[in-house]
Design a binder for this molecule. Structure first.
Ligand SMILES: [Zn+2]
Length: 375
């Protein structure tokens, strides 16, 4: 290969590293749009763009189709030479061992990368192939150019992928509705972390919400069972009481759980089966718990007790009438489409839950009924 002295070439526009890295970033964004991990690269010689490349392993079914390899291949083809003397490669992420090896084989003059890769980086993070004098006589390395932007594209990609995976894991069935979470935002005293279960055999894919507080102190545990027309909000002043783990499910069709559009699933026996499978999941041990219920929930509580008497040490009706509930009973049901459970099992509740004072006394009662001392 003949080399011309630089002075005989038409003088190129001077570009700094950030300029080329911005072009590599544009390639990375194209990769993200195609569903590939967003890494991009450009090959430059004498201030001129020779080739560009981006990650394509998924599209090409090719584990070696990294951005750098694609750019090196395209560059070598464009130059008609597998040796890329005098070329610089700009890549948004620190190259891996494979790509670093290919760069050494191509006798690249310089590699410039954006973000460091603590997991697979072979230009200093995990190992440094370029610093190995037995391998490398040609390629200089520089990192950290537009590092934040380069890392940001990757972070955004993986974040989006995680939330997509979450949404996929909890899809809403076509024959159900999910109450918008804003409907619950204004409710007082119900800021408990939501928990969901969706894969129990009896559940048929309808997501069930529950509250689980006080798990760190599992000495005494109670399940709080609301009745038709109510939801877990009934028990809000019991939740988080010291010395008591409170499990508060919203029956499917109620509260923050999914709302099947048809009435047919809503038999109390079906709700009982879902609850038993759920209890087995959230509290697999054999220590009996207390079964706390509202007056409206007494029928379902009796079904549970009959089906699994060994699971419950006591059944107790929670005090009522201590505090007006009002709008909270309507919150789960934005319109009639959500109300199949009400049509099947009975109208929206008018009951009032225990007041904070009633709840305090009642918690002691629950612990007593299970043989725990309140000293
Ligand atoms: Zn690579």
């Amino acid at each position: 290969m003949t080399t011309e002295p630089l002075s005989s070439l038409p003088s190129p526009v001077a570009h700094d590293d950030a300029h080329w890295m911005a072009l590599a970033l544009a390639e990375a964004r194209l990769a993200a749009e195609a569903g590939e991990v967003p890494v991009g690269a450009v090959l430059v010689r004498d201030g001129r763009l020779i080739a560009s490349g981006r990650n394509t392993p998924v599209a090409q079914h090719d584990p070696s189709a990294h951005a750098e390899i694609n750019a090196l291949r395209a560059g070598a083809a464009a130059l008609g030479n597998y040796r890329l003397d005098g070329c610089e490669l700009f890549v948004t992420l620190e190259p891996c061992a494979m790509c670093s090896g290919a760069m050494l084989h191509s006798r690249l003059a310089r590699v410039v990368y954006g973000a460091a890769d603590p997991k697979t980086g072979a230009a200093g993070s995990v190992l440094d192939l370029f610093a190995e004098p037995r391998l490398n006589h040609h390629t200089r390395v520089q990192g950290g150019v537009l590092a934040q932007e380069c890392a940001g594209v990757l972070q955004a990609f993986f974040q989006q992928r995680r939330s997509a995976a979450r949404a996929q894991a909890e899809p809403l069935r076509d024959d159900a509705l999910r109450t918008p979470s804003e409907r619950f935002d204004a409710l007082l005293a119900y800021g408990f972390a939501p928990h969901y279960v969706q894969d129990l055999p009896s559940q048929h894919g309808w997501r069930m919400h529950y509250v689980d507080e006080g798990a760190g102190d599992d000495a005494a545990c109670c399940i709080c069972l609301h009745g038709p027309g109510e939801w877990g909000y009934f028990f809000r002043h019991l939740v988080g009481a010291p010395g008591l783990r409170t499990l508060v499910p919203d029956l499917i069709g109620f509260g923050k759980s999914d709302k099947p559009k048809r009435e047919t699933p809503h038999r109390l026996e079906w709700h009982r089966d879902v609850l038993l499978e759920w209890l087995h999941r959230v509290r697999p041990g054999s220590t009996p718990m207390a079964l706390v219920h509202s007056n409206a929930g007494s029928g379902l509580a009796a079904l549970l007790m009959a089906a699994a008497p060994e699971r419950f040490a006591a059944a107790l009706a929670a005090p009522e009438g201590g505090e007006r509930i009002g709008d909270a009973w309507r919150a789960p049901f934005p319109d009639r489409g959500y109300e199949a459970a009400l049509r099947a099992l009975g109208p929206i509740a008018t009951s009032s839950g225990p007041s904070p004072e009633q709840a305090r006394t009642f918690v002691l009662q629950v612990r007593n009924a299970m043989g725990y001392s309140n000293a």
